[in-house]
Design a binder for this molecule. Sequence first.
Ligand SMILES: O=C(O)CCC(=O)C(=O)O
Length: 317
Amino acid sequence: MNDQEKYLFDLRGYIVVKNALTSDQVRDLSDRLEDRRKNPPGKRNDKKWFIFGSDRTVFANEEDAAWTSPSLLEWGGTYIDLIDLPTIAPYLETLLGGGYRLDHDYLKIENEERTNTLYLHGGGQGAGGARDIVGPTDGGQCFYRYNNGKFYNGLVSVAFELSDVSPASGGFACVPGSHKMNFPLPEDWRISKTQADVHECVDRVTANAGDAIIFTEACAHGTIPWEGGGERRTIFYKYCPHAVAWGACFYNGDNYGELTDSQRAILMPPSAYGPHEHTAAIWKKAQAEQAELQRLRKELAELKAQQDDSVGSSADS
Ligand SMILES: O=C(O)CCC(=O)C(=O)O
C-alpha cells in the first residue's frame, strides 16, 4: 500500500484496487456463481436480490454441525484463492496488522428485478446513530483509527466486482470520511429508495470487473438503488484483526479441501495471539473433535436406519 493509497484510505475510508483479479479468475468466479444460480440453495435467495454465503451468524440448517454457516469457500477454485490473494494481502496487512483473519464472506446480485434500497450503516466511533445495524449494537467492533504509524480497523471489506458497474446503474456507496465522524448520521439521509433520494454527501464508487473496493466498515456505507440495465455481481470477503470477530461461526479449514498454510492461518478463529503455535494446537484439537462428532453422528444415524429397517421388515412378516 503506497503513500497515496494510505492517504486516500485515511481521508475517505475506502480505496479501489484496479485489476485485483485476472480475467481468468473473474471467469472462474463467474462460472461457479452461474452454476449455483441455476439451483440457488436456502431461504436467503427468496429475497428480491440474490445473496450467497453469509455473515456467519446463521447456520445453513439448524441441525448442521458447528461452524457450518454458509460460505462461498464451499464453491472451491478461485473462491479459495481469494482468501489470500497476492494483489490484496499487502493492503490487509497494512490495514489490519499481521495475523488478520477472514471473518465472513458473501456474494450479492443486483439487477432490474432485484433492486435494493440504500441503507447507510457504519459510522466511526459509533457515529452511525442509534438505529445503525453496525453502530452501537456491534460491541464497538466497527472502529477505525490511525495511531503511531499504524492503521486500526475492526472490520475491512474487500468487494470484488465480477461485472463492470457504471455510476448511473448503482454500486457501492459511502459517506467519505465518515469513519472518523463524531456526530451521528442524520436519520433522514440513511434510507433512499431511489437514486434521486440519495443525499449529495454520498459518494458513488464504481469499479470494473476484476477491480476490488477495499473499505472500512466504520465508514457509513451501503448500496445505491439499482436503476440500470445489466447487473452487478459482487463478492465480499470481510477481514478482522486476529483478536476480533463479527460472525458467531468460525471457518473450519478442514471443510474446504487443500489449503496453503497461509490460507489455514487466515481461517483461524479469533484470539489474542492469532495463528500462533499454541492457538493453532487448540484449534486443531477442536477440529479433530468436530470431525469425531460428525463421524459418531453418522454412525448413529446409520445404526438407527438399520434398526428402523429391521422393525419395518418384522412388522411386514
Ligand atoms: O453493495 C455494496 O457494495 C455495499 C455492501 C454493504 O453495505 C456491506 O457489505 O456492508
